[in-house]
Ligand binder design. Structure first.
Ligand code: URA
Length: 408
């Protein structure tokens, strides 16, 4: 009985493979309602899962669709995934860099989750950009230009897709077992041989403590072992947003700035170099120091930016039509000093209230709104300086400055 399974988990007991399989598949078939699945997800969030349960859930997610094979097309396929953060546009930057270094990239990305943005929403802010490539289109594009960034194909872990959308709006995103099975099922079904996971920690991430990040890392490595996948993890800070922009079109613009070498002195640039050189080193089986040299070369010679333009064009996007809102409001410094803190979570909440993220499953995203920071942590400001520009369309509640910036 459905209710017995929910109650069992509510009491913190271990579910068997067949209970997990039955419950989740019944949801996919429409026999279990959103509210029943939400209750189970909340019980999992609160009581956790044993490793065996996580392995079972991952298998159920994988088995809900196809498993892609790139053998003969890409040997030694490397994939990357971020657990999500505020202003995290790393995929838009590293996919073209890694591909320009000669390592093919097939990246299947997701939509926003909680206050964290999703790569697919960001890419859809480019008019015409298609995020629904078929398996055949993916293979053709990888052969032609060596890079694809698309949504999960309809038949790749379809169970995760529906659960992900439900988690987004039911306060059930920050669960280590749910994050591990969601990400690993997609990476395994996507055909990767080596998987790099960027685990974000901080108030603007799904996980807020290093202890939780380490536990997620352990669990993902264990899942990888079952499927003979080499899993590497990086734990990176998400107490401050990544780079300057938060919001879909604004983030695409910032990614283009980084690829064109216009911005090199911030946390986003540093993380992108780290992640892309790790991917190149895994893909080519070379030392990381050599991979860093290759990465810097494709960036400096403009080859990574060219690859980005090639990618956008191949997927039908017209970058000249990328737009941000013309309605601007400014957050100004009330006093002079040094910025000691920028609160990523509050910026994430503000961006969702502007319409850059979803509050309910059916919400349409406004691609043109968001926030662009003018100053980062550690910078000096004078009273009256603009700290951030807000791009908006609809009315929104201006947050109190001190909830976002600390000036000391
Ligand atoms: N990214 C995913 O794909 N799934 C999660 O659960 C969290 C981040």
């Amino acid at each position: 009985m459905i209710i017995d399974i929910i109650n069992k988990k509510r009491l913190g007991k271990e579910l068997s493979y067949s209970e997990i399989d039955k419950f989740f598949n019944a949801y996919l078939d429409g026999e279990i309602k959103d509210y029943q699945m939400s209750a189970l997800l909340m019980a999992i969030c609160i009581n956790g899962m044993t490793d065996e349960e996580v392995f079972a859930l991952t298998k159920v997610f994988i088995d809900s669709g196809e498993v892609l094979q790139f053998t003969g097309i890409i040997d030694n396929m490397v994939d990357k995934h971020s657990t999500g953060g505020i202003g995290d546009k790393t995929t838009l930057i590293i996919a073209p860099i890694v591909s320009a270094c000669g390592v093919p990239v097939v990246k299947m990305s997701g939509r926003g989750l909680g206050y964290t943005g999703g790569t697919i929403d960001k890419l859809e802010s480019i008019p015409g950009y298609r995020t629904d490539l078929s398996d055949e289109e993916i293979v053709n594009q990888i052969k032609n230009i060596g890079v694809v960034v698309t949504g999960q194909t309809a038949n790749l872990a379809p169970m995760d897709k529906v659960i992900y959308a439900l988690r987004d709006v039911t306060g059930t995103v920050s669960s280590i077992p749910l994050i591990a099975s969601s990400i690993m099922s997609k990476k395994i079904a996507g055909g990767a041989d080596k998987i790099l996971i960027d685990i974000k920690v901080g108030n603007g991430a799904l996980l807020t403590t290093r202890k939780d990040a380490k536990e997620l890392s352990r669990l993902m490595i264990e899942i990888g072992k079952i499927y003979q996948k080499e899993v590497h993890t990086i734990i990176s800070d998400m107490n401050v947003p990544l780079g300057y922009a938060i919001g879909n079109s604004l983030e695409v613009k910032e990614a283009m700035d980084i690829l064109q070498g216009k911005e090199t002195d911030n946390n986003l640039y540093d993380l992108c170099i780290d992640l892309s050189s790790t991917m190149v080193s895994l893909g080519k089986n070379i030392d990381k120091s050599d991979a860093i040299k290759e990465v810097l070369e494709v960036l400096n010679k403009g080859r990574a930016y060219e690859k980005f333009l090639e990618l956008v064009k191949a997927q039908g996007g017209d970058i000249r039509k990328l737009k941000v809102s013309d309605n601007l409001k400014y957050i100004k410094a009330p006093k002079s000093g040094i910025i000691s803190k920028i609160n990523a979570l509050e910026l994430g909440k503000l961006s969702v209230s502007l319409g850059a993220g979803r509050i309910s499953k059916e919400d349409k995203i406004d691609f043109e709104v968001g926030i662009r920071l003018n100053k980062l942590v550690g910078e000096n400001v004078k009273k009256g300086d603009v700290l951030a520009t807000i791009y908006y369309h609809k009315d929104f509640k201006m947050p109190k400055l001190e909830t976002i910036f600390d000036i000391s």
